[in-house]
Design a protein around this ligand. Sequence first.
Ligand code: ADP
Ligand code: MG
Length: 319
Amino acid sequence: MDEFALIDRYFASARCAQGDPAVAVGIGDDCALLELAPGEQLAVSTDTLVAGRHFPVDCAGADLGQRALAVSVSDLAAVGAEPIGFTLALTLPSADENWLAGLAQGLDSMASRCGMALLGGDTCQGPLTLTLTVLGRLPRGQGLLRSGARPGDWVCVSGGLGEAAAALELVLAQREVAQPLARRLLERYWSPQPQLALGQQLRGRASAALDISDGLLADLGHIAKASGVAIWIDADQVPVAADLAVAWGPDRALELALGGGDDYQLAFTVAAEQWPGLQRDFPQLRRIGVVQAGAPGVHLRDVQGRQLSVPRIGYRHRW
Ligand code: ADP
Ligand code: MG
């Protein structure tokens, strides 16, 4: 199968590539052309996933498609953008038709969950790698940045943490756990739900935000640095699912929640007066700490306010 047959069969014909009011020209020309309303800004983010590095080489196409799009769209959620669409640069070692059909179907199902249109891409032969660029829209100047946290703000997260890092141990066959926990963890890992509705509702309410891809403490470090503030996290307030704490033991489960990546929940800071309204609209939100004046950094404390050592830092590529 040549490049153009492959694009036609699996991507140009995918449901998510069929027309959308925001897409004036989609797949098939030199560029996609998009409609933007006056007063809007375009939000753009790119993520690359490399086989053997970001996902197991033998992973199912459908799992990879869902996960690749979800982790990319999560960046749109983090700035509070409304999704428009994405491009897919695909490097493939071979054209396995079942695997490709699975990949297209996985992308399609996450695209419809998130309201994303496939806008175009690139296809070439080589080691398995996916690069997705996601595009979204925002009212001008309202994007949620990492730089707005202020002393006195509360630090919040959008939901339970540590499950994707626990799931990775299952994915890598380092560990087995019983159902239904195993099923839920794998679902969290392969099909994370980008927090799009929350991100949009945080516009004008949160002072800073990001999505947790590399681990809570490591990612909050980016807010601390960009905002020039100290962040204190109350270890006992970090949301860890009860069955995860039982299966992994409470200490290890907390370590996964603080240091493990891949959950794609949002972490954000808000002025205290914003909290009651937010909690009413999103009951799953948890308040886990405070922002203070001081040298930029993230610290952990126990119920008595004693400083705890930080277990391990988030994932970083190194050369
Ligand atoms: P060009 O040579 O102009 O860069 P290509 O021949 O690479 O364009 O691609 C032809 C069309 O197919 C373009 O509209 C491009 O966006 C789209 N396309 C290529 N690969 C993919 C893919 N993996 N998924 C979606 N669209 C793709
Ligand atoms: Mg061209």
